[in-house]
Design a protein around this ligand. Sequence first.
Ligand code: SAM
Length: 475
Amino acid sequence: MKKNEILQNILVEKLVFWWKWFARLKSENKDIDGKAIFISGGVIPGSIINVRVLKSRKDFIEAQAQEVIKKSPIEKLHPNNIYGMQAGTARVNIPYDEQLKMKAWQVEESLFHVKKLQPDLEISPIISSPLVDNYRNKIEFSFWKFISAKHEKNEHFNVWFHKQWEFSKIEDFDGTILISELANKIYKEIKDFAKNSWFPVYDQFNGEWFFRHIVIREAFFTKQIMIIFSINHTFSWVQNLDFVKDFFTTLAKKYKEITSIYLSLNNSKADVAIWELELIYGEKFIEEKLLGLTFNISPKSFFQTNSYGAEKLYSEVLSQIDTQELKNFTVLDLYGGTGTIGMVFAPHSKKVISVELVADASKDGKENAMKNGITNMDFVNAKVETFLDDYLKKWEAADLLIIDPPRAGMHPSALPNILTFKTKNIIYVSCNPATLARDLAYILENSDYKIVNVTPVDMFPHTSHIETIVKLERV
Ligand SMILES: C[S@@+](CC[C@H](N)C(=O)[O-])C[C@H]1O[C@@H](n2cnc3c(N)ncnc32)[C@H](O)[C@@H]1O
């Protein structure tokens, strides 16, 4: 089997670890008939597809989904998906109860090896998202010319979700079921403005030309909207940016919900939306309210992308600990973002220390705490791994650790340190079951902690992403 060879009519059986789909090769050649295929790409189990071979190994084949030949029997066109677009929503045509089953299974599969370390491990029923459609409070679109360096340049004007599967073709689209109707309307106006101007879409291979990204953030509870429009301001045809600024000022007059607009002056080689920011309209941040608390969100700050889901997630995290016990606790809120989880815990705790890498997020956190009258919280702008080293050297104590790392999981040097505190409980909130499984295996192998609860929480309907809360207890 050669690289890039197309294997036809492959029946997708099920989702397995690392977000791969499992299938078996059917061949008249007995030597390879039944060989396992692990497929990447947004496909639906039960569908028959063609795949492109990425690597052929002795016992299995790695492949990329290429084309759907026959739809899966579980596939049902989503009636509300008026955009028809599937970019970023690979599971939109799978009924939501089936999506939930798949995600629960995903967590189960990922924790397979952890289960070997703790055979009595049980997984609680998955918690669903309060909103299944139009739930995202942040979206990032890229103006894009290529699928990949190997493919032909697509000269059409395109707006594309950030880092999409190569499997899907580039398409120009008018909106997505993931964000609110209002955010879709605003996106369409910005896209049309860019499309109708004579400026070209940025070319990521030669680092030239103009339009780069559209970021829209929407606070669901206050209805405030922030726009970040990323352009290559060094593009030689541009005399000044007045035409862009004028457009956005007019847009803000039309939609009173828009309260903050930034330009991202972006000549970075990296495909990142946020570069040098210039506030061109309104406030520096938007305000969101969760569980009765108010949060400032600025462009660089992490904030859970599903506001209603975040309320459910944080309530579930808090419910893991007896609030009577918390009264005397110093809580470490590691990977704290703007300190949202910490602030939910602070009213019940003696003290909370929130540790976060992004300076703007820590700064927002501090202001958020003040805004909410929370006086027992410290915000430390540092890498968790460095913070833990310093904190332990000073012999400072902690009674509860809450860990909510990014998709990459915990830094290897931070893992031994979290065990040194010997707190009764650790709560690990994860957005990536694979790195969660890796970190949990380390904890179980190197300490006397046991997992006492695993609860998957769906914060991202129509996608493969899943949040998981894990409570560990020392035995
Ligand atoms: C999944 S978010 C969680 C944020 C927060 N707990 C919440 O619920 O909003 C992970 C956060 O970790 C931060 N981060 C990433 N690597 C870090 C590191 N090495 N040390 C500290 N913070 C880090 C990111 O900037 C991000 O804000």
